[in-house]
Design a protein around this ligand. Sequence first.
Ligand code: FE2
Length: 268
Amino acid sequence: MCRSVATTTQTVKSLTAVRQCKFAIFIMRFLILIMAHRFLSFDNQKLFLAHLPFSVILVITAHYSNKGTTVTKPTLLAALDVDQWLAGLARIPAMEFSQENVQRYIHQHAIVADSLKPYTFFSARQYTRNLIFKNEVFECLTLCWNIGQSSSVHNHNDRLGWVYLSSGRLFVQNYVVESQDSVWRTCCVIPTDSTELHAGQAADVDREAGVHKVCNLPRFQERAISVHVYQRPMNQCEVYSLETGTYQTIDLCYTSEYGRLKPGVRLA
Ligand SMILES: [Fe+2]
């Protein structure tokens, strides 16, 4: 699933609200404990007091336990040229190249839009994929979207993925694969939620449910440039057809590599 990540200021506000809400729940739990004490008989009160330290520990543990929620501190630290941005990303050790760590890095470091110019190619035919950097841990591309261009419904081939929108707007429709037959290549894919990305925003793609379609809708009326990071270089992915209920594996190719158009590529 592709999840929208709000802008830095929006996210800070929402995280502050979440912290305030959690603190209120924390206080309420203690109040409930104390009120329960008032309704107990004397013997039960002694029993209650004997167990109180354990109850307090349980409340604190429950409050601070991570219930699967990714908590990041999305404070924007710097806006970097893409080369510096990638150098910082490459300093994350392979074993620590996790959804949370990369998301935090992308939140904290914006990309100076001008530094993406060498990796910006628009085509009248379809959106373009432009390789900026690749090693064994991850690859990074710009995708350049003319008005009205969109991707197919696709997955990320069991890889984590992150997107940072440098300019323009993009609409992301998520899907869930309800069933898939690898012999007949048939599938049942249904749309779920959707989100809209604005310049400066980022999103991450879950490994398990990362089926989505990205569109630069005609109503946006402007080109878009997005920066994509894929955990491990991705040479193939699966593309789903909702019309025929089938899917196929396709090879992915680059429009340009390291700022140079691939031989034979025509943009017009
Ligand atoms: Fe994607």
